[in-house]
Design a protein around this ligand. Structure first.
Ligand SMILES: NC(=O)c1ccc[n+]([C@@H]2O[C@H](COP(=O)([O-])OP(=O)(O)OC[C@H]3O[C@@H](n4cnc5c(N)ncnc54)[C@H](OP(=O)(O)O)[C@@H]3O)[C@@H](O)[C@H]2O)c1
Length: 168
């Protein structure tokens, strides 16, 4: 299982239910990386999508504690135990945690890789990602050259987990 995320320099990832950035090339990278794969998200991240609809051409798994929650095209799970049971049906390499803050920060220890777009900006935010640079269990294995869209500079990075927690 991997996670994929875009962060500001201060590890900020969201404000008032929305993303901080709308970077065309990063959106394309996200789409290309997750296409035909399994995406795992919290209910609040699903709600942030257009009309609260799941992502097309991907298996969408949504976490919520609401046992009555139902959305067409989504597999709904009510706990991490249920999630890990469901994930046994897929190849580990095909599973991507796609947010938001709560889900990333609870599930990152179980991920083998964190695919992180780092945006060279500091944003006001209410949702932050774990700082992978100051976690000795993780190391930066790849950093791209600097890209730029609409004046915003960013890099694509891959961190690897030296100590992957096993799902029970
Ligand atoms: N920068 C990025 O790449 C990126 C990507 C995705 C999202 N985001 C941003 O992140 C923010 C949303 O993050 P968030 O932390 O507020 O919400 P979230 O992680 O998307 O969703 C949290 C919800 O997930 C459910 N949940 C969490 N843990 C659970 C568990 N163990 N069992 C069952 N359900 C569980 C709960 O839903 P119920 O309340 O229904 O029980 C909880 O309220 C937004 O601003 C969004 O734009 C950023």
């Amino acid at each position: 299982m991997k996670l994929i995320v875009a962060v500001a320099k201060n590890w900020a990832i969201g404000y008032q239910g929305d993303l901080l950035f709308n970077i065309h090339d990063d959106m394309a990278f996200f789409k290309n990386t997750t296409m035909n794969k399994v995406v795992v998200m919290g209910r609040k991240t699903l709600l942030s999508f257009p009309e609260g609809k799941p992502l097309k051409n991907r298996t969408n798994i949504v976490l919520t504690t609401d046992r009555d929650f139902n959305e067409e095209g989504c597999i709904v799970v009510n706990s991490f135990d249920e999630l890990f049971e469901e994930l046994k049906n897929y190849e580990d390499d095909d599973i991507f945690v796609i947010g938001g803050g709560k889900i990333y920060n609870d599930l990152y220890p179980y991920c083998s890789e964190a695919i992180i777009t780092k945006v060279d900006a500091i944003e006001n935010a209410d949702t932050f990602l774990h700082n992978f640079d100051s976690d000795e269990n993780w190391y930066l294995s790849y950093a791209s050259e600097i890209h730029e869209n609409n004046g915003l500079k960013f890099t694509f990075n891959t961190y690897k987990n030296k100590n992957i927690k096993q799902c029970e």
